[in-house]
Design a protein around this ligand. Structure first.
Ligand SMILES: [Zn+2]
Length: 392
């Protein structure tokens, strides 16, 4: 077993400017310039911890490249590409679409490098060069829809990699698991009518986007049943997430029988994160990762590829990243989460009736997922983007 790793200094050069947290600064609104919450620090420290811990030496480093326009257009509209490119050429601050998603000078090419890094990783996994992998990329992607950026996201790297896997690598059925604290709305919307891509999002209910990610959002048309949401109440932690994994995510994956599992790997459900109110610890991420590795092992030759999404605590996210990546690579470094004793009490919080109720609701929907029609259907020639008449 070997684990691939994608990182590039340019990921840290995506300039999100002087917003105060997430609010664009301007004197007329009384918002003083500060630092945007989606800044390089947590990612830089995560990469440096991977290096300093010795883990980097055990990984197969995969060099990223920029996604081509053809690859981007499998997911995004030409108008969206043009918009990001034009915003990126401005010397001042541009925006991806919602007023809260800065596009820095040159960010178009950096976002292409993020998507292309994930494409290279998925390709290496599909070719059997590596078993699984992690792309520590920036900017994030899971909120970006086909025609707009939002929530700090420019291009939806996960969706672009999924379409690449289908079109070029012969991997017909893709499962996207998203445990970022916020709803993976962009990914969900891109595949909402497509039964070949199962999206499962565990997130804080009603957090971001507002009024998005409820259990009744279950796919449409041919894709009915292939979007699953587990909107966990604020304050959910280890017990709720592990329960959601074993009761919803794993049974859904088993029924779907994917050829590849992509993970929208957000760490903002971590207990110290400023952008959500969930309570996961590095130990939680380690256990959740172990469950996904086991699922990938029994379902799709271990093919599990993760892309970094949220995670905004500069001092805690790196330890969650390290726990995740140690587990993915099947190794342990000498670095121990220095906050483990502090957060142990958080992780001991029991499952509440409210958490149980929403997980039960999502569990009922797993039956709407159908296994592949036949072995032949799983070997659909590459290059098709749908519809797939021989899929259930
Ligand atoms: Zn997030």
């Amino acid at each position: 077993m070997s684990t691939g790793y994608v990182f590039h200094p340019e990921y840290l050069w995506h300039d999100t400017g002087t917003s105060a947290g997430l609010l664009p600064a301007h004197p007329t609104t009384g918002i003083q310039p500060a630092v945007h919450v989606e800044n390089p620090e947590a990612k830089r420290r995560a990469h440096e911890l991977i290096h300093a811990s010795g883990l980097l030496a055990e990984l197969v480093v995969i060099e990223p490249r920029r996604a081509t326009v053809t690859e981007l257009l499998r997911v995004h509209t030409g108008e969206h590409l043009q918009h990001i490119k034009a915003q990126s050429e401005l010397r001042g601050a541009g925006d991806a679409g919602d007023g809260f998603s800065p596009v820095g000078h040159g960010s178009y090419d950096i976002a292409r490098l993020a998507a292309g890094g994930l494409i290279e990783l998925v390709t290496a996994v599909a070719q059997g060069d590596i078993t699984n992998g992690y792309a520590l990329t920036r900017p994030p992607g899971h909120h970006a829809t086909a025609d707009a950026g939002m929530g700090f996201c420019l291009f939806n790297s996960i969706a672009i990699a999924a379409r690449h896997a289908q079109a070029e690598l012969g991997l017909a059925r893709i499962a996207v698991v998203d445990w970022d604290a916020h709803h993976g709305n962009g990914t969900q919307s891109i595949f909402y009518t497509d039964p070949t891509v199962l999206t499962i999002s565990l997130h804080q209910a009603g957090c971001f986007p507002p009024d998005s990610g409820w259990t009744h959002e279950n796919g449409a048309g041919d894709g009915l049943g292939y979007a699953l949401n587990v909107p966990l109440p604020p304050g959910s932690g280890h017990a709720a997430y592990l329960h959601a994994m074993t009761e919803v995510v794993l049974p859904a994956l088993d029924r779907f029988a994917p050829d590849l599992i992509l993970l929208a790997n957000g760490f903002d459900a971590g207990v110290f994160d400023p952008m959500a109110r969930q309570m996961l610890t590095s130990a939680s991420y380690r256990e959740m990762t172990r469950l996904l590795i086991d699922a990938a092992g029994r379902l799709c030759h271990g093919r599990l590829v993760a892309a970094h999404e949220g995670g905004y605590s500069p001092f805690y996210t790196p330890y969650c990243v390290l726990a995740f990546l140690e587990e993915l690579a099947g190794t342990i470094t000498h670095v121990v989460d220095p906050l483990a004793a502090v957060v142990a009490g958080y992780a001991a919080e029991p499952l509440t009736p409210q958490q149980q109720a929403v997980i039960n609701e999502a569990t009922q929907l797993v039956a709407g997922i159908h296994a592949p029609a036949s072995p032949a259907a799983r070997c659909k020639p590459a290059g098709l983007t749908g519809p797939y008449p021989d899929r259930q």
